[in-house]
Write a new protein. Structure first.
Length: 335
């Protein structure tokens, strides 16, 4: 399919084990007018040579080698050289469906939109969890913020970077290079905050991006990254106050929701992987989480993080996963 040039920016850092699958899923896109920008961010494994090898086999691939500066720095570098009318982002350990950019561009063309947001699939330990987005909605930036303030549970799908196709002219503001965590949602937040009111944001409720999570302690957020996340939430709160001054209570509620779930996720990962965490869930925090519109599983997790020591929490989590896998196998056998 021929249409305007789309730039796909892929930050690469020590991704040798999964990089080839990622890039191959981009190379086989049914939308072929692509500029694929690989930013090798100071990798110390074989990623650098692999990037060069892939670029040698396809003229659409450009490789930039730079000193390590983090994902935000790599994406900013890619944006500086991107030539496409639209820009997409892919993480080097993920894959995309072969028709992702064809479907997203067609949705943009049909609605004369500037940003398209699609569904995605979370893949963890061989299991798939499809994340939906609003169906058949077209929002301008103001309505987007109002939707966010009302429906904070849509946060992940609305603010993630890699499930979007964005008009490049809307990406003039850069995320600070120093930001190591939440740099992707920071970029999306600033993009939509600065977008003209006539900007159209459309949704495509099809899971086209495959987000893969790995139980790799080396990739987990550190205490500094958790601080970055809190910095982002402060940044987001200021934007919501500015965009929706009449909705300050909704903004506070939405930000508090994110603060609590970020804290819960941080402690959860620390318990699972034995990181040195100086805090744990308190009874008052658990009460707050239990009042939120979150799945029962998250509420039970919060209670256990408050009551059980890490070694017992890890054991219960392991048993839970074993039981779930067995149930999934039995279900698949009868389908």
């Amino acid at each position: 399919m021929q249409g305007p040039l789309i730039s796909i920016i892929i930050p690469v850092y020590n991704g040798e084990a999964f990089l080839e699958n990622c890039i191959q899923s981009v190379l086989v896109q049914t939308y072929t007018n692509l500029e694929i920008i690989l930013i090798n961010d100071g990798s110390s494994d074989g990623s650098s040579a692999l990037c060069d090898k892939i670029a040698a086999g396809d003229t659409r691939v450009k490789v930039i080698h730079k000193d390590n500066g983090g994902a935000a720095s790599a994406r900013n570098f890619g944006l500086d050289i991107a030539q496409g009318e639209f820009v997409g982002f892919v993480d080097c350990d993920d894959t995309i469906e072969p028709n992702m950019y064809e479907y997203m561009y067609n949705k943009i063309a049909d609605t004369n939109a500037d940003i398209c947001i699609c569904g995605h699939t979370v893949i963890k330990n061989g299991y798939k969890d499809v994340k939906r987005v609003p169906q058949e909605k077209i929002l301008n930036p103001k309505k987007f913020w109002e939707t966010y303030a009302d429906e904070n549970t849509l946060y992940l799908s609305l603010f993630l970077l890699w499930n979007k196709l964005i008009r490049r002219t809307l990406l003039s503001k850069r995320t600070p290079d120093r930001v190591r965590a939440a740099n992707d949602v920071w970029l999306v937040t600033d993009c939509i905050a600065a977008a003209p009111e006539e900007t159209k944001i459309v949704f495509l409720d099809i899971p086209l991006y495959n987000y893969k999570t790995f139980n790799n302690p080396g990739s987990l957020a550190t205490g500094n990254m958790y601080t970055d996340r809190l910095d982002f939430l402060d940044h987001l709160e200021k934007i919501i106050y500015k965009k929706l001054p009449h909705r300050s209570d909704d903004a506070k509620r939405a930000i508090r929701f994110l603060q609590l779930t970020q804290l819960q996720d941080e402690i959860h990962h620390s318990y699972l992987f034995g990181n040195n965490t100086q805090y744990k869930m308190t009874i008052s925090t658990v009460r707050e989480i239990c009042k939120l519109t979150v799945p029962l599983k998250k509420k039970c997790e919060a209670v256990m993080l408050c009551v059980f020591p890490p070694i017992l929490y890890r054991f219960i989590f392991k048993v839970h996963n074993l039981i779930r896998r067995k149930c999934e196998r039995n279900k698949a056998r009868y389908e």
